[in-house]
Write a protein that binds this ligand. Structure first.
Ligand code: FMN
Length: 346
């Protein structure tokens, strides 16, 4: 089935504007998920072996998740769950709606199996996302909600902005991903600094610990981090008991042709894989299994997913791979894990 996508559908879609295609995919998924027959058919076509595992107290059918940014407004989650994902990370959601950066802001690097995006957290805001999830929950897989800050909110005010978003979204997520690593919001990555990160996550963890159900947190880190920032983030994760997602997109262009140097934004897909894996390996060495890790960046098949699990990831996530390899990618990955007799650690 994946072959059919790669041979025919991708060819067709790649002749169209990337953002137009993405919006059409989300709209179609949104409509399709209302029809139970369609959901059942999709589930049937993507069915694969279960790999039951528990991470951060949550139960998963398998370790392959959807990365943040695909369903920014949390509107197509039921359809996406049907593609066989073990979990979905929705968002990134900001407190207030915002349009994101001017278009064009999404580019396919077809020869490199990569994407450059400078979307800039375009989303309909936390209240809209909460309303969408209100209609879609419960879902058959754990749902993470990625939270970020509004572009017009200063870095000093970021902790309050994130906390307000979290409060609106808290009832709707099984876990929360604190996104400090998008390269498309000015200065966002400065939140990796030890003091700033502590000031950001402490109020959110305090809020969660006061709730009836204490839910797990992950902080999503950049692949371009200096060692000192990675070390302090890992130390804080161990101290405060939150997981880490390694990694978001890169601002480096060393792994793609010179033509793309001038395209601002975050690079994802195959050229991100080595950098992201190096960061995951370093992170795993620092946290020594004390907190959960999610690996993201350059997964295109079973082998590249297994590579991250072997480097220390408890779970993995895909985005660009879905665009290039199509909706049967999760099934293909799970079949590969089965062939390799992969067993979850937990
Ligand atoms: C178009 C696009 C939009 C993205 N938006 C977000 C986002 O809103 N929040 C986030 O945490 N990551 C976002 N990402 C990063 C992905 O979640 C993922 O971490 C990254 O693309 C690396 O994985 P991949 O190589 O499988 O694409 C986005 C990626 C792409 C390609």
């Amino acid at each position: 089935m994946g072959f059919l996508y790669r041979k025919f559908v991708r060819q067709l879609l790649f002749n169209l504007n990337p953002e137009v295609v993405h919006d059409a995919v989300i709209k179609t998924a949104r409509a399709a998920q209302r029809v139970e027959f369609v959901n059942s058919m999709v589930r049937l076509l993507t069915k694969a072996k279960d790999f039951p595992l528990t991470v951060a107290g949550m139960k998963f059918h398998n370790p392959v998740g959807l990365a943040a940014g695909f369903d920014k407004n949390c509107e197509a989650a039921r359809f996406l769950a049907g593609l066989g994902f073990g979990f979905l990370e929705l968002g990134t959601v900001t407190l207030r709606p915002q349009p994101g950066n001017p278009k064009p802001r999404l580019f396919r690097l077809r020869d490199d199996h990569a994407i450059i995006n400078r979307m800039g957290f375009n989303n309909a805001g936390a209240f809209d996302a909460a309303r969408s999830l209100e209609r879609l929950l419960p879902l058959p897989v754990p749902v993470g909600i990625s939270v970020g800050k509004n572009a017009d909110c200063s870095i000093e005010e970021a902790p309050k902005n994130y906390l307000e978003t979290l409060k609106i979204m808290y009832d709707y997520g099984d876990y929360f991903a604190v996104n400090i690593s998008s390269p498309n919001t000015l200065q966002l990555r400065s939140l990796h600094g030890a003091e700033k990160l502590k000031r950001l996550v402490e109020p959110m963890l305090d809020f969660a610990s006061g709730q009836k159900k204490v839910k797990p947190f992950f902080v999503k880190i950049a692949p371009d981090l200096e060692d000192a920032d990675l070390e302090s983030a890992a130390a804080l994760a161990v101290e405060k008991k939150f997981g880490l997602i390694a990694t978001n997109t890169t601002v480096k262009r060393s792994s793609v042709p010179a033509y793309w140097q001038s395209y601002e934004g975050g690079l994802s897909g195959k050229p991100l894989r080595a950098l992201s894996n190096a960061m995951l390996a370093k992170t795993a060495a620092l946290v020594k299994g004390k907190v959960p890790l999610i690996g993201s960046g350059g997964i295109f098949d079973g082998a590249t997913a297994l590579e991250k699990l072997n480097l220390g990831a408890d779970l993995v996530q895909i985005y660009s791979g879905l665009v290039y390899e199509g909706p049967f990618l999760v099934k293909e990955i799970l079949e590969y894990l089965e062939k390799k007799h992969w067993q979850p650690r937990s």
